[in-house]
Design a binder for this molecule. Structure first.
Ligand code: ZN
Length: 118
C-alpha cells in the first residue's frame, strides 16, 4: 500500500487542511515553499490517465478553493499547480501539488504553517 493510501486510512498522521468523502488535502512534509499542499483522492488512482473525469474536475474545484485559503493566510505572490506522472512521480497515487511562490520567503516549519492554515 502506498503512503497516501496509508494517510487516507489514518495509519500515518498528516497535517490535514480539508477532508470530505472524495478528497483529503494536507501539507507536504518536504515542502518546496511555505504552504506546499497536496490534494489527493481517497480512492486509489495511479495517475492522470487512471483517474475519472468527475473526480479530476472535483479536485480542480478544491484546488481553487484551497489556493484562495492559502492566499488569505500566507499572502503568497504566485501559486503553481503541478501534477507528475511516470518519471518524476514519487508516489504512484494521483496527487496535485499546490506550490505557493514568494518574492521574499522566510522558510517556516510545516507545523508553523499548519498553525496558520488550520
Ligand atoms: Zn494509493
Amino acid at each position: 500500500m502506498d503512503i497516501f493510501c496509508k494517510i487516507i486510512n489514518n495509519e500515518i498522521p498528516s497535517y490535514t487542511l480539508y477532508e470530505d468523502k472524495i478528497v483529503k488535502v494536507f501539507l507536504d512534509v518536504n515542502p518546496n515553499h511555505n504552504g506546499h499542499t497536496l490534494i489527493v483522492p481517497k480512492k486509489h488512482y495511479q495517475d492522470f490517465f487512471d483517474i475519472d473525469e468527475e473526480t479530476l474536475n472535483y479536485i480542480l474545484k478544491i484546488a481553487r478553493d484551497m489556493a484562495k485559503r492559502l492566499k488569505e493566510r500566507l499572502n503568497y505572490d504566485g501559486i503553481s499547480l503541478c501534477q507528475n506522472n511516470g518519471l518524476g512521480q514519487e508516489v504512484k497515487h494521483f496527487h496535485l501539488h499546490l506550490i505557493p511562490k514568494y518574492h521574499n520567503e522566510e522558510k517556516l516549519s510545516v507545523e508553523e504553517i499548519y498553525n496558520k492554515l488550520k
